[in-house]
Design a binder for this molecule. Structure first.
Ligand code: NAP
Length: 487
């Protein structure tokens, strides 16, 4: 229901905040309390999306020519504004996405850290000097911005994922047209407001909310786009890869089905803590979330017992409430998908040893709450062990030894993150070599990585071309040109 107290947010095109030309808006609804409408957002039209792309193209030469110090100033100021508003932004993030306030606070701070990191990177875009075969020749490479970059992001990290794409894009001298996920557009709009306040010139950052089939398609197919950086599901990413022009560079970060391997010499309490955080933190809605625990048979009983005891202590509820560790899932469709998978697991013959119920009564009726689910006796080929569920559902798979554990871990189509719990440095190193994943963890949860480290996956998890995050991200947002000068 549209209430007069609910704010309506606009599109940012060429420095101006405007309504949709069609007059159509859509609501952003709190998944913990569907009576709480977080805001109304514009359905940008095709024409407005084209205007945003044209504005970005027009602004790009001046932004690239402004020099690294000027670009860095804007990014540093954006970081400072985010830091000054952490509390306010974290509350909004919890209201729109559902994660706990502690998780939202971490995400907002991480967004600021991204802006700070890439502000410094603006000064470090450099080429190489090379020895030339010809005499009296100076041979070197230049790194230049690509032009207009489309940024398309998912709902589960509405602030960090846009930040880790937009900040390096701008640092390198590109301009951006950004489409946040329709489920969580508010933090994307806030980011654009912050960048405008930080001094980003008109057209440097444009935000178009709205239908994927209108806005999203144009951001992929418009020939003025030089690059698409996308994070989301494999299906959408795969389609983008096929629709983008050959002259358009793509960076696609997609799904995961991440394992944690627990060997017989593991610190059991640590293994359980890592599993709980990876599987049920962020309500299991993380691309790097743990969805498979691959455990050596001798340890499986003790591990499962401790895991259930730890899961039973996790308070489920509205992420704004004190002590809550698991917020709601993102919306009704997510809830239905997750409950469907729990039913599929049962029908496949796996044993549901904990949770898995839709929660109802009192505060739960107005939101999308599910108990975390733990399955045992899972065969590695079952659908719950193969397909991305993107919710708090863990499949425990028992194996005989290290070699079998690695074979099971690799026996899927995804390859984003993988962890092993062991005290054996030798097997930890072999794991790092053998595992088919972009992110490798030892005695740590599958989730989480430092802001300065490259991030990405292999197989269906990523295009496996350009990494996100860290200084590696600058490779995607710049193009190498070779220059040969006879003197
Ligand atoms: P999604 O449905 O693929 O959507 C992602 C973004 O793409 C949204 O902004 C969406 O817009 C847009 N989109 C949808 N169809 C499009 C089209 N035809 N052309 C252009 N854009 C289009 O993913 P999601 O449900 O938001 O996010 C969950 C998925 O993201 C999971 O698979 C998860 O593993 C993955 N993820 C991966 C990473 C990683 O780094 N590897 C990180 C986080 C999440 P609308 O919102 O308007 O539909």
């Amino acid at each position: 229901m549209q209430s007069s107290t609910v704010k309506t947010y606009q599109l940012l095109i060429d420095g101006a905040w405007v309504d949709s030309a069609s007059g159509e808006t859509f609501p952003d609804i709190n998944p913990a309390n569907t009576d709480d409408i977080v805001g109304h957002f514009q359905h940008a039209t095709l024409e407005q999306t084209r205007q945003a792309i044209a504005a970005a193209a027009a602004a790009q030469p001046a932004w690239a020519g402004a020099g690294p110090s000027r670009r860095a100033d804007v990014l540093y100021r954006a970081a400072q504004i985010i830091d000054d508003r952490v509390k306010e932004l974290a509350v909004l993030l919890t209201r729109e996405e559902g994660k706990t306030l502690a998780e939202s606070t971490g995400e907002v701070k991480r967004a600021a850290a991204n802006f700070r990191f890439y502000a410094a990177q603006a000064h470090l875009v450099g080429g190489q000097t090379l020895p030339a075969d010809e005499g009296s020749t100076f041979l070197y490479t230049l790194r230049q911005p690509l032009g207009v970059v489309s940024v398309i992001t998912p709902w589960n990290f509405p602030m960090t994922i846009p930040a880790r794409k937009i900040a390096p894009a701008l640092a390198a001298g590109n301009t951006v047209v950004f489409k946040p996920a329709s489920l969580t557009p508010l933090l994307g709009i806030k980011l654009a407001e912050i960048l405008a306040e930080a001094g980003a010139p008109s057209g440097v950052i444009n935000v178009v909310t709205g239908r994927a089939g209108v806005v999203g398609n144009e951001l992929v197919e418009n020939r003025a786009i030089s690059a698409v950086t996308f994070t989301g599901s494999y299906g959408v990413g795969d389609a983008i890869q096929h629709r983008a022009a050959t002259t358009c560079r793509t960076q696609l970060e997609m799904g995961g089905k991440n394992p944690i391997i627990v060997l017989e010499d593991a610190d059991l309490d640590l293994a359980v803590a890592c599993t709980i955080q990876g599987a049920f933190g962020l309500t299991g809605q993380a691309c790097t979330g743990t969805s498979r625990a691959i455990v050596v048979r001798d340890l499986a009983d003790a591990y499962t017992e401790k895991l259930i005891a730890a899961a039973a202590k996790l308070k489920i509820g509205n992420g704004l409430d004190e002590g809550v560790k698991i917020g709601p899932v993102a919306d009704l469709s997510q809830q239905e998908t997750i409950l469907d998978y729990i039913e599929i697991g049962r029908q496949e013959g796996a044993e549901l040893v904990f949770g898995g119920r839709k929660l109802s009564g009192d505060a739960f009726d107005r939101g999308y709450f599910i108990e975390p689910a733990i399955f045992r006796n899972v065969n590695p080929l079952m659908r719950i062990a193969q397909e991305e569920i993107f919710g708090p559902v863990l499949a425990i798979i028992e194996v005989g030894d290290f070699d079998e554990a690695v074979a099971v871990a690799n026996g899927i189509e995804y390859g984003l993150s993988a962890s092993i719990c062991t005290r054996d440095l030798n097997r930890a190193q072999r794991f790092a070599q053998l595992i088919e994943a972009g992110m490798v963890k030892v005695n740590q949860p599958t989730t989480g990585v430092s802001v300065n480290a490259p991030f990405g996956g292999v197989k269906k998890s990523s295009t496996d071309t350009f990494r996100e995050q860290g200084s590696a991200a600058m490779d995607f947002f710049t193009r190498v040109k070779t220059v040969s000068i006879r003197y």
